[in-house]
Ligand binder design. Structure first.
Ligand code: FES
Length: 272
């Protein structure tokens, strides 16, 4: 992330309609309206930004450009960790810049990456037993049980419960409980035991997905059909169709209804 514009107080109107597709999100924020301006402190400097913006949009409004620390803008990639304080509140907060909204006089800084020990391993050689995790991440047992990790998790994962499951040797439980982890690393930033929770949990999910969960039989069947060339003829036919025709065909395709019966089948069963 870098700051392109040094002006701490950017209030100019763009002169364009907010529906103009050439406008950036930040410009649209300006044009939509006459939002109340509030002061925020970004990396120690005061900026006036429209109320109601996410921290990410407010930073862009203030002139910052995200080069790192932003991926999806939707709370999924975990790239936009941010640390902030609110006036009159002794606590330090962490959250995702794309999900948290600015508040007057908040003091914030971006933390797109937080250093954490990440073990190297040859996954093929890892056995699906907890001892493999203990060996690679002995710091698992440094957990003090303070639960600070759970309090900061933007995905509301019970982080300490995942650590406990692993300490008890339950890889499956740990994988399931941490399924929605987005690897933002905010848990690590608050951990007094210096655990790299998100890397440990990722290993647990890899072991569970690759070596513990039952194999999906329908997937094996499908891979077999593909390798045996079942779809070759159909694909060759599609390749002969020109782009426009192909688009029409795609738009007309039969889509499985939401909440379809378990044994739902399309009308054309040639390629099942
Ligand atoms: S930009 Fe992806 S989580 Fe915020």
């Amino acid at each position: 992330m870098r700051c392109q514009k040094a002006s701490p107080s950017r209030k100019e109107e763009t002169g364009k309609s907010s529906k103009d597709p050439s406008m950036t999100t930040a410009q649209k924020g300006v044009a939509v309206v006459a939002a109340r301006m509030i002061p925020v402190y970004i990396m120690g400097r005061e900026y006036e930004v429209p109320e109601g913006l996410t921290i990410m949009k407010a930073m862009e409004y203030a002139g910052f450009q995200f080069i790192r620390g932003c991926g999806c803008r939707g709370g999924i990639c975990g790239g936009c960790g941010t640390v902030y304080r609110k006036p009159g509140d002794y606590r330090i907060y962490v959250g995702l810049a794309c999900q948290n909204v600015v508040e007057p006089n908040m003091v914030l800084t971006q933390m797109p990456f937080y250093p954490a020990n990440r073990a190297s391993y040859d996954f093929e050689k890892i056995r699906p037993i907890p001892e493999e995790i203990f060996k690679l991440y002995p710091e698992l047992f440094r957990c003090l049980g303070c639960n600070a990790c759970t309090k900061v998790c933007p995905m509301e994962i019970q982080v300490m419960d995942v650590v406990s499951a692993l300490k008890q040797g339950n890889i499956t439980e740990a994988a399931i409980l941490s399924f929605s982890c987005i690897q933002c690393g905010l848990c690590v930033s608050r951990c007094m035991g210096e655990l790299p929770q998100y890397h440990i949990f990722q290993l647990a999910r890899r072991i569970y997905g690759g070596k513990i969960a039952p194999r999906a039989k329908h997937l094996d069947d499908m891979v077999k059909k593909v390798s045996e060339g079942k779809y070759e003829k159909g694909l060759r036919e599609l390749m002969k169709i020109d782009g426009e025709e192909l688009k029409k065909l795609y738009q007309k395709r039969e889509i499985e209804p939401i909440m379809a019966e378990e044994n739902w089948k399309p009308a054309d069963t040639r390629y099942l």
